[in-house]
Design a protein around this ligand. Structure first.
Ligand SMILES: Cc1cc2nc3c(=O)[nH]c(=O)nc-3n(C[C@H](O)[C@H](O)[C@H](O)COP(=O)(O)O)c2cc1C
Length: 311
């Protein structure tokens, strides 16, 4: 057996596979079930300060090649999240590390949210900056502008320092930019401890040929799943090479070999989301077994040996 354990920002994970934000991450019971099925860690759905309504159904559509979703970052707010944290367990008694994803429409709101979330003691905080800045005239996501991305990072960093928190802060980046290295470098300078990449691509649209109506009620949705993996691998590599900071490589991972590829690109942890719609939640354990199989075949004793080894 190869050693699949990895350390991410000093937090230990039994294996590098972590549930990506927004998929099965709404209740403590479903997070525990993901761990029981073989995930090394879990991420909550993105948490807003207040309740946030999502889009109308249908919100998801998939083929064997890709998946579209327009869930719309629906969430019950921080109070409901407090309940989830309570049920998932306090640090030391958790089945696996818990990553708290937070989201806001204004940079200043991230400060209050970070302060509240620290009291719940997540193992890692993931700042989702892929939501449009409602104060910006253009309504562009923070993640699409280096200055805005850095500003949100700085706001959270400052709050963490103020409250004396050592919980690592990871910034989740959007692939919908011409040069992700610039965004990552700006966030690193502003105090990010690591990154998660990528969020969904697009948006994209699929049409029902009989009714000639877009399949998603929202008409368009974010693209994930198998089709986005090469873009995710490239962007993870860009971020890792530019900043040298640890990355949760996410996007299109369906198999053990996909996860190995993501780690070779520079990922320390591997985010897995859409996979559950293709292989079900049991896929986590199967992917871990496939990673082990690959390591044994290649004579790799410790998975952490392969991080960033692409030539
Ligand atoms: C149904 C669905 C809901 C999602 N919700 C969130 C979310 O709340 N916050 C977030 O940061 N990313 C969200 N994502 C993006 C995923 O976390 C991930 O970055 C993306 O889907 C690419 O990885 P994958 O191909 O493994 O799914 C969502 C993805 C899907 C498919």
């Amino acid at each position: 057996m190869a050693n699949l354990k990895v350390k991410f920002c000093e937090v230990e994970f039994e294996n590098p596979l972590v549930l990506a934000s927004g998929v099965l991450g709404v209740t403590a019971a479903s997070l525990k079930n993901v761990v029981k099925n073989g995930a090394g860690g879990v991420t909550t759905k993105s948490i807003w300060m207040e309740e946030h309504k999502g889009h109308a159904n249908p919100t998801m559509f998939g083929t064997e090649h890709y998946f579209l979703n327009a869930v719309g970052l629906s969430d019950a707010g921080i109070e409901k999240a407090e309940q989830l944290f309570g049920e998932y367990g306090v640090p030391g008694e958790r089945p696996a590390p818990l990553i708290a994803s937070i989201v806001a429409g204004q940079a200043s709101e991230f400060a209050g949210l970070a302060e509240r979330i620290v009291t719940l003691q997540p193992d890692v905080i993931e700042v989702n900056i892929s939501c449009p800045n409602v104060e910006d005239e253009m309504g562009l996501p923070f993640a699409c502008d280096p200055m805005q991305a850095a500003h949100v990072t700085e706001v959270v960093r400052k709050k963490m320092d103020e409250v004396g928190s050592k919980i690592p802060v990871v910034v989740k980046l959007s692939p919908n930019v011409p040069n992700i290295s610039r965004i990552a470098a700006a966030c690193a300078d502003a105090g990010a401890d690591g990154f998660c990449a990528i969020n969904t691509i697009g948006p994209g649209m699929a049409i029902d040929l009989t009714t000639r109506v877009p399949i998603l009620k929202n008409k368009v949705g974010g693209l994930s799943g198998p089709a986005i993996k090469p873009i995710a691998v490239k962007m993870v590599h860009d971020i890792w090479k530019t900043t040298g900071l640890p990355v949760i490589g996410t996007g299109g991972v369906m198999t053990g070999e996909d996860a190995i590829e993501m780690m070779m690109a520079g990922a320390t942890l591997v985010g897995v989301g859409t996979m559950v719609y293709y292989r079900d939640v049991g896929g986590f354990g199967e992917i871990a077994a496939e990673m082990n199989e690959w390591c044994e075949k290649e004579g790799v004793k410790d998975l952490s040996e392969i991080i960033g080894t692409v030539k």
